[in-house]
Design a protein around this ligand. Structure first.
Ligand code: B12
Ligand code: SF4
Ligand code: SF4
Length: 446
């Protein structure tokens, strides 16, 4: 029996079976990746091997000491394993592209100097960076596949998986570990997000900077209001006690803020930039970010690129704004917004701020109000009114912090709001906050 005719390719007949394109040279992959990444606005960019972490022992010790607080996603055994080795996330990975996306913006007039206004950390004033950076990385990935004419296995991460992003960034030459634990670039500073694209293709790697540029500077350690930065350990690793960090307390922490730390937060209602603001590398090199999506927004506005959900949503001509902006918002307006689900939904849509949750954010604003009002001779009545309203919030977390804030005010109105709530409050922790607040408050003014 005669089999099917065998095609003779040497004769020029076309091969019907698709053949994978040959492996491109590592130098070519690196050059293409970097050009594509820069085209997306990422800068600096670098490449490293997805090899095991040199510092997973440090991470384990840090977690064992409880420095991570309640961030259980850092401490789970499987997550520790995966953080220690990027190939646990993508076994075929042979290279890691690490990109920086800058987000610096000047503080709007009013913050941080005016204690009646809330300070939102720069990184969270505009559009959620996870989406912005991830979309950019995915476009780089697709662009590489198009240019090479083949599919390339890969996965992108922006604080979205168990990778030690700063360590990968350090290895890819994007910066060094500052005493404030940030990855700092010697001519750009540290106001940048990191994103990582793991790829199956080999790519030429970059050299780490290999030098700590902090020298004898200790500005961040001296400026941190809560003493969260503990300096370098015997091996030179910068150590933070995250349970003391305002960023942790206002974003990741789901429970009450320890009483002794509340006064140290000032008017920081979401995240904290202090240890970056004082860093000489930011003072000298930080420049307004090119990415417009990260810009602060005014009352009723959504982050650039985020669509409104309904026809009469905030920002539309017909409706009054449901929420304040992220540019020096008044604390009273912030708390009024956060006491309503609708206001919170509108304010946090498309923003990284959503991570704190409504109750967590309201908690933070109550603390900032308490810090502002404790120094006031005549507390503004609208501030006392909104805190009194927060005493009836469905979440005990909000009620307890509102009680603390009212206890910092020496007015009869604050005291009577506390007394009224004391007669109906059933939650034991909130009751204890009300009792302490009543002990602390002295009714001298109306
Ligand atoms: C958990 C977390 C936090 C926690 C803990 C922060 C911390 N310092 O660990 C909290 C909530 C406090 C936090 C705060 C902030 N965060 Co954060 N956070 C993370 C997250 C998810 C994990 C970090 C982590 O693993 N921490 C555990 C510690 C042990 O790891 P590490 O900091 O990488 O520590 C390394 C060094 O100690 C080093 N090391 C060990 N031994 C040795 C020895 C020597 C000699 C040396 C030099 C180094 C060294 O190895 C360790 C492991 O890599 C990352 C995203 C990610 N997946 O990586 C973002 C990330 C680190 N955060 C980021 C940002 C922007 C912030 C804030 C600025 C936000 C804000 N404005 O409020 C603040 C900054 C506070 C600060 N000073 O760090 C960026 C940082 C970008 C940059 N330029 O560095 C990241 C990378 C997110 C992103 N994708 O952009 N964050
Ligand atoms: S982010 Fe703020 S609280 Fe946290 S370490 Fe830096 S200065 Fe301290
Ligand atoms: S403030 Fe000084 S010590 Fe801190 S990270 Fe910057 S250069 Fe290093």
């Amino acid at each position: 029996m005669k089999g099917p005719a065998t095609p003779d390719f040497r004769s020029g007949e076309e091969d019907p079976t698709p053949h994978p394109a040959p492996h491109p040279a590592p130098q070519e992959v690196a050059a293409r990746l970097k050009a594509l990444a820069r085209g997306e606005g990422f800068d600096p960019v670098g490449i490293t091997l997805p090899s095991p972490s040199r510092h997973s022992g440090f991470l384990r010790g840090w977690v064992e000491e409880g420095r991570h607080g309640t961030m259980d996603y850092l401490a789970r055994p499987d997550a520790l394993e995966r953080r220690g080795d990027p190939r646990r996330s993508l076994p075929v990975a042979r290279s890691a592209l690490v990109v920086a996306h800058e987000y610096f913006q000047e503080d709007p007039e009013g913050v941080p100097g005016d204690p009646s206004r809330g300070v939102i950390a720069r990184y969270a004033r505009g559009r959620d960076y996870h989406r912005v950076v991830k979309k950019g990385l995915d476009r780089v990935h697709r662009g590489l596949e198009e240019e090479l004419g083949r599919s390339v296995a890969g996965r992108s991460y922006v604080d979205t998986g168990p990778l030690l992003e700063r360590e990968l960034g350090e290895r890819a030459g994007l910066g060094w570990f500052g005493r404030n634990t940030m990855l700092i670039h010697p001519r750009r500073g540290s106001y940048f997000f990191l994103g990582v694209l793991l790829l199956e293709l080999e790519a030429e790697v970059d050299e780490p900077l290999g030098r700590d540029h902090c020298g004898s500077c200790r500005a961040c350690l001296d400026a941190c209001p809560t003493g969260a930065l503990l300096g370098r350990d015997a091996d030179g690793a910068p150590v933070m006690d995250a349970t003391l960090c305002i960023s942790y307390l206002t974003i990741e922490n789901r429970g009450p803020i320890p009483r002794e730390l509340r006064p140290l937060m000032g008017n920081r209602v979401y995240g904290c930039d202090i240890c970056q603001e004082v860093c000489p590398f930011n003072v000298k090199f930080a420049e307004e970010a090119v990415e417009s999506g990260y810009a602060a927004r005014g009352p009723g506005e959504r982050p650039v690129g985020v669509e409104a959900s309904g026809p009469a949503g905030p920002g539309s001509e017909s409706a009054a704004p449901l929420h304040p902006g992220t540019d020096a918002p008044s604390l009273v307006d912030l708390l009024s917004m956060a006491l309503s689900e609708e206001g919170w939904e509108s304010f946090s849509r498309g923003s990284a701020i959503r991570r704190a949750g409504r109750a967590g954010f309201a908690r933070n604003v109550c603390v900032a109000l308490g810090n502002w009002l404790s120094g006031k001779e005549e507390p503004p009545s609208e501030a006392v009114r909104v805190l009194a309203a927060a005493l009836s919030d469905p979440e005990s977390l909000v009620r307890g912090h509102a009680a603390w804030a009212l206890g910092r005010i020496s007015s009869a109105a604050a005291r009577s709001a506390l007394e009224r709530r004391a007669s109906v409050e059933e939650d034991p922790w909130v009751r204890s906050e009300i009792i302490s607040a009543l002990e602390e408050s002295t009714p001298t003014r109306k």
